[in-house]
Ligand binder design. Structure first.
Ligand SMILES: [Zn+2]
Ligand SMILES: [Zn+2]
Length: 235
């Protein structure tokens, strides 16, 4: 979390302070003070705690002059000390150190400003990547969820269709059953009728046979009678 002012409240939550380095001694963080003079009422300004000189009005500090000073990354001692190097391969290079001096309990934390910035940039890049991945994963999940929902909807439709078909089948089956019952009743009636008719036929045949037998017998008797009468006449 980078705070854009030097308000010192709640420093334990902060990682950086926007500071102004003294342009005279080049190694101290200026103190922020409020002017209450008649010429400059309620105007913030910076002074060096070391040489006590007025440094700049806050509203006159150019953007590139601000330095983000980190809180000690090794202990809880607070805002780091600043050291600007004027010799070496890159003059003007700034180092941040544990605010407690070496030999007085310093945690030994020290980091170059440019290396810290590069590290922050890397972290920000990784964070951005992780966020993008999380968003992608979320979108994928959402897509999978949508596919699943569509699948469920179509399965439900199919189920309703099958249910409708089943109930249709049930109706047809009930109708068929009724027809079958009717047919079997008809069959019983027809079988009864058939039985009666065949009995009648049998009786009629018997009667016919009896009649034929009677007729034959009568015929025989008549012939015998005739033969008896005729034969003696020719004898
Ligand atoms: Zn100074
Ligand atoms: Zn420290």
């Amino acid at each position: 979390m980078i705070h854009q002012n030097c308000n010192r409240e709640g420093v334990w939550e902060k990682r950086y302070e926007r500071c102004l380095i003294c342009s005279f001694c080049n190694s101290r963080i200026c103190h922020r003070k409020l002017s209450r003079t008649a010429e400059n009422p309620n105007r913030w300004f910076y002074t060096c705690p070391h040489d006590k000189k007025f440094n700049k009005w806050e509203d006159e500090v150019k953007p590139h002059e601000w330095i983000l000073v980190p809180y000690c990354g090794g202990c809880g001692a607070g805002l780091c000390r600043v050291k600007r190097f004027f010799s070496g391969s890159s003059p003007g290079r700034i180092m941040f150190l544990c605010r407690i001096k070496e030999g007085e309990g310093s945690c030994g934390y020290r980091v170059w400003q440019d290396e810290l910035q590069a590290m922050e940039a890397r972290e920000a890049e990784e964070k951005k990547k992780r966020e993008a991945e999380a968003v992608e994963a979320m979108i994928n999940n959402q897509n999978q969820f949508n596919v699943l929902r569509e699948h469920i909807a179509s399965t439900k439709d199919r189920l309703f269709q099958i249910e409708a078909e089943v109930s249709c089948c049930e109706v047809e089956m009930r109708l068929l059953k009724l027809q079958l019952e009717k047919l079997s009743k008809n069959k019983e009636v027809l079988e009864g009728k058939h039985l009666i008719a065949s009995n009648e036929l049998e009786q009629s045949q018997k009667l016919l046979e009896e009649k034929e037998a009677e007729q034959n017998a009568a015929f025989d008797r008549a012939r015998a009678l005739l033969e008896d009468r005729i034969v003696p006449a020719y004898v």
